[in-house]
Write a protein that binds this ligand. Structure first.
Ligand SMILES: [Zn+2]
Length: 100
């Protein structure tokens, strides 16, 4: 699954795959060239790859359930809401100021 992100330097939106190890400028903004995760450069590529693989796996796993005649409905909105809450709990920028 393609995951979008916003550069904090230029504000442009890009795909995480555009900064991965296979990209033209690994670990850098494809628009302004800002270097991302300056202090974690060695693990950024792995973390980007992990995030995309995990997201794709989640979509596949939930889609597989959705395609079965299970007799129940997955609360997709709840999954997305919980995902957003739990991911934002890791945000070092927002931890002291709750998002409106
Ligand atoms: Zn940028």
């Amino acid at each position: 699954m393609k995951i979008e992100a916003n550069c904090e330097t230029c504000g442009r939106t890009f795909l995480l795959s555009q900064i991965g190890s296979d990209s033209d400028a690994p670990g850098r903004c494809p628009f302004c060239g800002a270097r991302f995760a300056r202090h974690y450069a060695s693990v950024l590529m792995e973390a980007v790859h992990d995030a995309e693989v995990a997201a794709a796996r989640a979509v596949h796993a939930l889609g597989r359930l959705q395609a079965m005649e299970t007799g129940f409905q997955i609360d997709i909105e709840g999954v997305l809401s919980t995902l957003a809450t739990q991911v934002r709990a890791h945000d070092v920028h927002e931890s002291s100021t709750p998002r409106a």
